[in-house]
Design a protein around this ligand. Structure first.
Ligand SMILES: [Zn+2]
Ligand SMILES: [Zn+2]
Length: 417
């Protein structure tokens, strides 16, 4: 029992510390021990450390830690990627030789593809760039139409100094604008974007399958060991009613037996536990990306839609019919706002509404030529522009990039720049 208890205590403590570190500042915990622990963790302990460091090394350690922290948080570096590869390889080196003699031929045959696939897809995810360059900027501009909600034409990236293509986002770690940016993933030390979304999803699938296989194999091998220990085959030879080792056992004895076999076969046991705990995470992440494909969204766009939803609920969002608003906003130069027919997106799937978010919920104003303002005679009089109507619900808003599940799937995985 003690092994399982120790593991449970370690996992619970780490989860609790993470919880305190991440959420301890929330108002709901004000004046509770959680808030106190959060301050202790983020303020008192670092301050105490700095005070000691100040006396002892004239703050040299603090400065080098700050530099390291800055590097880890704000620069692209492969440390997490290396950790990820080592985690896989070391687990496999521990598990496979220890289990080898007890695996069936078909269980062994399945191993090479399952072990290699995550490494291959990891390599492809890491090395496939979706960065926007001078060479592919034009094709990035033509890949998707502007939806005039999340992405309006006429915006320039202040770092890359080019017009921002629809669905792109500048990544400060990759130091580039990224085509159809989904998110920057530290596990692959690269942005997930238009060109590696296929490899990234295959990485998720292959990792989830490998973890599930590791968990199942570990279970089968250790369960067989328990069976052999408690119901030896020699004793039940020829018996049709040979019972399972766990029959009629209490739950606590059952847990004790597993603790015994895990500590005895710690290589298989540890890797199996790791697989059991991390497989649900991989599956959840995969399900989230299948949902995004279904919805025709990137992670970045899903966050932006979240902001729109709040602003619509607060009455801050307005929209105007595209053809009416074009009277006062004629198209921009063609290299900044490509013409409809140039964009490689199904004809007819183009923005019908021009969407804006206001800061104060007041409708956009229009100037009346020839009439002076009451408050400032030098300025023309203004009145609400009746072309703009308040958006009442997010349900009124159409996602231009959602073509239906199958077309989203084909676009998301195979429409590469
Ligand atoms: Zn940029
Ligand atoms: Zn990035």
């Amino acid at each position: 029992m003690s092994v399982i208890r120790t593991i449970a205590i370690v996992i619970l403590s780490i989860s609790f510390a993470l919880f305190v570190a991440l959420f301890g500042r929330l108002p709901i915990f004000r004046r509770t021990p959680v808030a106190f622990l959060h301050r202790l963790l983020w303020k008192h302990i670092p301050n105490g450390f700095i005070a000691v460091d100040d006396r002892v090394t004239d703050r040299r350690i603090t400065r080098s830690l700050a530099r390291t922290g800055d590097y880890l948080m704000n620069e692209a570096h492969p440390l997490v990627l290396i950790f990820f590869v080592l985690l896989q390889v070391i687990s496999e080196l521990l598990f496979i030789p220890a289990a080898w003699g007890r695996l069936s031929t078909s269980q062994i045959v399945a191993l090479p593809p399952l072990v290699l696939a995550p490494l291959v897809f990891l390599y492809l995810s890491t090395t496939t760039s979706s960065n926007i360059t001078a060479q592919n900027h034009r094709s990035s501009m033509l890949a998707y139409p502007y939806d005039y909600a999340l992405f309006h034409p006429g915006y320039f990236c202040s770092t890359c100094r080019h017009a921002k293509p629809p669905r792109s986002k500048h990544c400060s770690l990759c130091k580039a604008c990224v085509q159809k940016q989904d998110h920057h993933c530290i596990w692959i030390n690269n942005c997930v974007g238009r060109n590696n979304y296929l490899w990234f999803n295959l990485l998720l699938v292959s990792i989830a399958v490998l973890l599930a296989y590791g968990a199942i194999l570990g279970y089968l091998v250790l369960d067989a060991q328990l069976q052999q220990r408690f119901v030896p085959a020699a004793l039940t030879k020829g018996s049709l009613t040979a019972k399972r080792w766990s029959t009629t056992m209490t739950w606590s004895d059952f847990a004790n037996c597993w603790a015994w076999v895990i500590s005895r076969e710690w290589r298989i046991g540890a890797v199996m536990m790791l697989a059991v705990m991390s497989c649900p995470l991989a599956v959840a992440f995969l399900i989230y990306h299948v949902y995004l494909l279904w919805a025709g969204m990137t992670t970045n766009e899903s966050a932006k839609w979240g902001e729109w939803k709040e602003d619509i609920a607060d009455g801050m969002a307005y929209r105007a019919e595209m053809r009416r608003i074009r009277e006062s906003y004629p198209p921009l130069p063609e290299d900044v706002e490509p013409r409809e027919e140039q964009v490689r997106w199904p004809a007819g799937v183009r923005a019908k509404w021009w969407m804006i978010r206001t800061k104060n919920g007041k409708p956009p104003m229009k100037k009346i030529v020839g009439e002076a303002s009451h408050t400032d005679p030098d300025q023309p009089k203004e009145e609400p522009d009746e072309r703009w109507v308040k958006v009442k619900s997010i349900a009124e808003v159409e996602n231009l990039y959602d073509l239906g599940f199958w077309d989203n799937l084909v676009d998301g995985l195979f429409n590469r720049g």
